[in-house]
Structures are given as structure tokens and as C-alpha cells.
Design a protein around this ligand. Structure first.
Ligand SMILES: *Cc1c(COP(=O)(O)O)cnc(C)c1O
Length: 199
């Protein structure tokens, strides 16, 4: 199976309103270009410096999504070009993204990462923390970030902000279920590019 045929098969199955983020972490520029030539323009990476390297080498009409955990001190390496940061989980991080947005005179789109209450995950906000951020006076002053939705789970989606309509949920193994649960952005890596080899 080629990257192209994997990609086209997945795209054929996806409902129209669902956006595919092709997760290309650890994959080479050549592999990404195979998906690019088949028409894919949105790619997801989980390491900022790896993403920045690929951004500078590859065609400029690619939209790069940061899907991994973001360290505040690394925001600067992607603030010039990143299209959507999925894993925003603190006001501190939002403030840094805003600061870098101002520097580059652009508004940076973000998703707030929420975690499933029963799960012991390291990252992500619970419902209370999520609303603390959205309702804080400081948040309203951040003119160079835009919250476009949530990464994580479906039960937090009744958000009032009209512009916030993305729910990023679902990977190779569970994207069909995630779409049934309301996801409209899936992050699929291994089903497109094959397994990853970590050094
Ligand atoms: C790696 C990764 C994916 C893709 O996982 P696959 O199982 O390869 O589809 C999706 N989301 C995040 C946050 C990831 O780190």
C-alpha cells in the first residue's frame, strides 16, 4: 500500500465536514511530499523544531498543525507559520502565543486541550480549568490568539463562542468512533504513512 492510496482511501471514507490532519511526525520530507502530491495540504507534527525544519524545506501552501505538547519557550520557533496549535493547556502558554503573534503581526489559531476526567493524562484541562481560562479578564486582552475549538473529548463542546467550532479528536485506531461522537478534525498518522520507527 502506498501513502497515496492510503490517503485517498481515508479521504473517501471521511464525511465532508471532517478535516483530515495527516500526522507526519518522524516521517521524511519525501514521504510528506507523496501525500502532498496526492492533494493533502494539512500536516500535523508533535515536535516544534522538527515541524519548523519541514516548514522551511517544503512547499509554502502546506498548513502545519502542532498536535503535541507545547513548551512555552519553544513557541517562538513556530509562531511565524503555524496554522493551528491543538494542545494549548494553560493561560501562561496562551499569553506566550499571543506575544509571539504580536511579534509576527498575526493571529494564531489555537485549540484548548481538555482531558477525559477518568483518564490519568499528564496534559489537558478539566472543565473547571477550561472555564477559568475562558472567563478570565486576562484572556480577553489577548488579541493575537483565537480559540477555534477543543482538542480532546466531546462532552465539552457546548461553547458559546461562535467562532470556536473545531473538535479535534480521533487517530488511526479510533477516528470512526470519534466522528460518531462529534469530532470534525481527525489526526491520522500510521494509517496513512505506515508505522513509525523511533530511534
Ligand atoms: C501521533 C499522534 C496522532 C496520530 O496517531 P496514529 O495512531 O498514527 O494515527 C494523533 N494525535 C496525536 C496527538 C499524536 O501525537
Amino acid at each position: 500500500m502506498s501513502i497515496k492510496s492510503n490517503l485517498l482511501k481515508i479521504l473517501k471514507d471521511l464525511p465532508k465536514e471532517v478535516t483530515l490532519v495527516a500526522v507526519s511526525k518522524t516521517k521524511t520530507q519525501m514521504e510528506i511530499m507523496e501525500a502532498y502530491k496526492a492533494g493533502q495540504r494539512i500536516f500535523g507534527e508533535n515536535k516544534i523544531q522538527e515541524m519548523a525544519g519541514k516548514w522551511s524545506a517544503l512547499p509554502k501552501d502546506i498548513e502545519w498543525h502542532m498536535i503535541g505538547h507545547v513548551q512555552t519557550n519553544k513557541v517562538k520557533y513556530m509562531s511565524e507559520f503555524v496554522t493551528l496549535i491543538h494542545g494549548v493547556d494553560s493561560l501562561k502558554l496562551l499569553k506566550e502565543i499571543n506575544k509571539q503573534g504580536i511579534k509576527h503581526n498575526r493571529t494564531i489559531n489555537c485549540l484548548l486541550q481538555v482531558h477525559i476526567a477518568q483518564e490519568q493524562t499528564k496534559f489537558g484541562l478539566d472543565e473547571k480549568e477550561l472555564f477559568e481560562i475562558l472567563e478570565s479578564p486576562e484572556f480577553r486582552t489577548l488579541g493575537n490568539v483565537r480559540i477555534k475549538g477543543l482538542m480532546g473529548m466531546a462532552s465539552f463542546t457546548d461553547n458559546e463562542e461562535p467562532d470556536a467550532n473545531i473538535l479535534s479528536m480521533g487517530m488511526s485506531g479510533d477516528y470512526k468512533i470519534a466522528i460518531e461522537e462529534g469530532s470534525n478534525m481527525v489526526r491520522i498518522g500510521s494509517s496513512i504513512f505506515g508505522g513509525r520507527n523511533y530511534p
